[in-house]
Design a protein around this ligand. Structure first.
Ligand SMILES: [Zn+2]
Length: 255
């Protein structure tokens, strides 16, 4: 019953009765937790601006005996991507919020309940920081998906084609869903889904920081190719389609 504090990322919240909210948060060293924030809709002093997805802050909470839900007393020093980017121009807010929700939903799916995963926390925190600073949100999203799959050890090999063993994937690749591999155009007998530009982005993702990725970006076409492939991999890995992934697609301006 002793009070605790933890560096945490807010993943999502939902209503609980009249004025309370349930908050799902990912701590650095104690895994994912959920708790009740009493009077959250009214108390700006304790929770002001701290409940948006991917906000990072110090969460003060109390574990309660025989209860799954902790009691959240306050969230200090919150840093929210949505607030950090507010007022940057029309439409930006919805774009950032859509992606913050998407990133938080992915973290929620990836994080086991009550089991610490510091690498996942650090990745989420770095992505939140990069989102606060601005730049190419789409490039950041593809980078994040790459790293999530890689942390699970399930990202398909990028170095060579597993069928012909030629290091030919840099000239384009096709995803073979059943084999969970990328293969070359020659072996696939079809045009590449991932162009050389998309393969260059993926090949460099392992060695780059989130800030480098948002600053440099990549062509819209290459990012769209990667998005398509990543969403297949992620929905197969999780055995479901993420709600926020659909929202992000719907928010995108049609071109
Ligand atoms: Zn091949």
């Amino acid at each position: 019953m002793r009070p605790q504090t933890a560096d945490a990322l807010i993943l999502r919240t939902y209503r609980y009765g009249e004025a309370d909210r349930i908050v799902v948060f990912l701590t650095e060293d104690r895994g994912k937790k959920r708790g009740v924030a009493k009077n959250a809709t009214k108390s700006r002093r304790r929770f002001g601006g701290a409940l948006e997805p991917l906000t990072r802050g110090r969460v003060a909470f109390v574990e309660r005996e025989h209860r799954d839900l902790v009691r959240i007393d306050r969230i200090d020093a919150p840093r929210s991507p949505l607030r950090a980017t507010a007022g940057r121009g029309s439409g930006d807010g919805a774009h950032v919020l859509g992606h913050a929700s998407y990133f938080a939903e992915l973290l929620d799916e990836w994080a086991p309940e009550g089991q610490a995963n510091e690498r996942l926390f650090r990745l989420g925190a770095a992505i939140g920081e990069a989102l606060c600073r601005g730049g190419s949100v789409e490039a950041l999203a593809r980078y994040f998906e790459y790293w999530l799959l890689r942390l699970e050890g399930v990202y398909p090999a990028l170095e060579f084609c597993p069928r012909c063993l030629q290091p030919a994937l840099s000239s384009g690749a096709v995803l073979v869903v059943g084999d969970w591999t990328y293969i070359c155009e020659t072996c696939a007998h079809t045009a590449a889904q991932l162009s050389p530009a998309a393969m260059r982005f993926l090949a460099s993702a392992g060695a780059r920081t989130p800030s480098e990725v948002t600053e440099k970006g990549a062509s819209a076409t290459a990012l769209r190719e990667i998005e398509h492939v990543h969403h297949r991999l992620i929905s197969l890995h999780l055995d479901k389609e993420l709600r926020s992934a659909r929202v992000v697609r719907e928010l995108r301006p049609t071109s």
